[in-house]
Design a protein around this ligand. Structure first.
Ligand code: HEC
Ligand code: HEC
Length: 423
């Protein structure tokens, strides 16, 4: 809880802060009222506004008893870490004006503590309370509108998240997770994987490891019951369910006996060799995975059918490391950071990804080296609002200069006229 975790936003990187019980650097001095205000309204004890990267819009649903319990936990049970966060959020103008969040909050935040829907079961209500509140699933899985607010008309329809893509988890059987059974969804949240369908990497791996794997089975069942009841968000571009695309395939006989296959010379043989040299040892020659499912098959795998290939690219670059309820899942990254495994260039990653998509995933998805560079840098596409603000930022000073010049020209012309009249 000592802070410093980078959270990428399309406007820049926002760093989490120290929320240990440290009285100097954390929130050890926060009264219950101040704590509740930060949690539900996004306002710090010193009155400054938090960025919505802290999901206070979701936490506004938390009921008083839970806020009180959290306050007790944070101020009494979380050990103090007496140092400031080493990193500080420094967004560029105009996003550094925190008070602008007041307008955003007035429009898009400020929900009320949850009140159960009497027409629904207690389990469903518990699920909704957790999903929309504490677990804030929608903050990642719902696409954003013009003002970067959640676009609730596409609730849980999938959204880009820095390097990763949080897929459509609505009940649509083709684009969403309608084809996952209740048990499978339960297992995904508890352990981070469903054999032959999906595994949790990136932000979701973190969420499973740090949070969802710690929930009681009862709460997980409640979440599953609510999620499976979400209205379907369809995607016309998908023709086949995302967990049913691709099939076993190999070209290895083509280059068997032709020469060594190693990560160093793999590209000479094209993407099929790149796969054989770097991936097949774990995922299988025909990408069928291992029998026990520890190494997933790459066909029938949502990473190869959603989000324009973003999670496929992110997995190749960064790998995956997640401690779930069933132990450690680990894959090395090939992006040239963290391990000494051969680093792939953007072109190599794109070529490999397209080969995999063609044979094992959604063949209509095409990955460009530009996308790979974007994922490598953790950049999400810029929202329209940011583009507008960028234009405005440049246009305003240019306008000001032109205005001053015009005024000067007018004044000197007027002076000249007065001079000529006087003469
Ligand atoms: C911090 C962001 C974040 C939060 C919070 C989050 N998710 Fe995810 N979720 C992701 C990302 C990113 C992926 C893709 C992971 C991958 O494929 O490796 C994902 C994947 C999934 C998948 C698999 C879908 C598929 O097609 O493969 C399910 C199901 C899911 N999330 C459910 C949930 C539920 C339910 C919650 C709340 C209890 C939740 N998520 C909260 C980011 C998030
Ligand atoms: C050392 C073994 C190993 C190697 C080598 C390896 N992987 Fe993996 N891979 C794994 C494991 C383990 C998982 C995760 C299983 C889990 O999440 O439970 C995984 C997961 C994946 C996923 C799913 C990620 C997601 O978020 O849904 C993809 C896609 C993938 N690997 C592609 C590749 C490609 C492409 C290569 C070669 C460049 C490769 N892997 C090399 C072990 C490996």
């Amino acid at each position: 809880m000592a802070g410093g975790l980078p959270i990428s936003s399309p406007l820049g990187t926002i760093y989490s802060t120290n929320i240990t019980s440290s009285k100097r650097y954390g929130i050890g001095n926060y009264t219950l009222k101040q704590f509740a205000q930060a949690l539900r309204q996004g306002v710090r004890a010193d009155g400054a506004h938090l960025y919505p990267a802290m999901p206070y819009a979701s936490y506004s649903l938390l009921v008083d008893d839970d806020v009180k319990a959290l306050h007790t936990y944070f101020t009494q049970a979380v050990a103090p870490v007496d140092r400031p966060s080493t990193t500080k959020t420094d967004l560029p103008f105009p996003y550094n004006m925190r008070f602008s969040m007041m307008a955003w909050n007035a429009l898009f935040a400020g929900g009320k503590p949850y009140t159960p829907d009497p027409a629904k079961s207690a389990e469903w209500n518990r699920g909704k309370y957790l999903v929309e509140g504490a677990a804030h699933c929608a903050e990642c899985h719902t696409p954003r509108g013009f003002f970067m607010q959640q676009d609730r008309s596409k609730a849980f329809g999938g959204a880009v998240l820095g390097s990763w893509y949080a897929p459509n988890i609505s009940s649509d059987p083709v684009a969403g997770i309608g084809a996952m059974s209740a048990d499978e969804l339960f297992q995904y949240l508890k352990a981070g994987k469903v054999k032959g369908k999906a595994q949790a990497g990136g932000e979701m791996g973190l969420a499973v490891e740090m949070s969802f794997s710690k929930l009681t089975d009862r709460d997980l069942r409640a979440i599953v019951s609510y999620i499976r009841d979400l209205p379907p968000i369809a995607d016309a571009s998908l023709t086949k369910p995302k967990f049913a695309q691709g099939q076993p395939y190999t070209e290895v006989s083509k280059f068997r006996g032709v020469g060594d296959v190693s990560s160093d010379n793999a590209l000479a043989g094209g993407p099929a060799q790149l796969f054989a040299a770097n991936c097949a040892s774990c995922h299988g020659v025909r990408a069928e995975g291992s029998l026990d499912g520890y190494f997933p098959s790459l066909f029938h795998n949502s990473a190869l059918t959603t989000g324009g290939g973003r999670n496929l690219v992110a997995t190749i670059l960064f790998g995956l490391s997640r401690k779930g309820a069933d132990g450690l899942a680990f894959m090395p990254g090939f992006g040239g950071k963290a391990t000494d495994i051969a680093a792939f260039s953007d072109d190599e990653v794109a070529e490999l990804a397209n080969y995999l998509l063609r044979h094992y995933g959604d063949a209509s998805i095409a990955v460009t080296p530009q996308l790979v560079a974007e994922v490598r840098a953790g950049r999400a596409p810029k929202p329209a609002l940011a583009t507008l603000v960028d234009i405005g930022k440049w246009a305003f000073p240019v306008f000001l200069i032109l205005f001053v010049l015009w005024r000067r020209a007018r004044r000197s012309r007027a002076k000249a006229r007065i001079a000529s009249v006087a003469a």
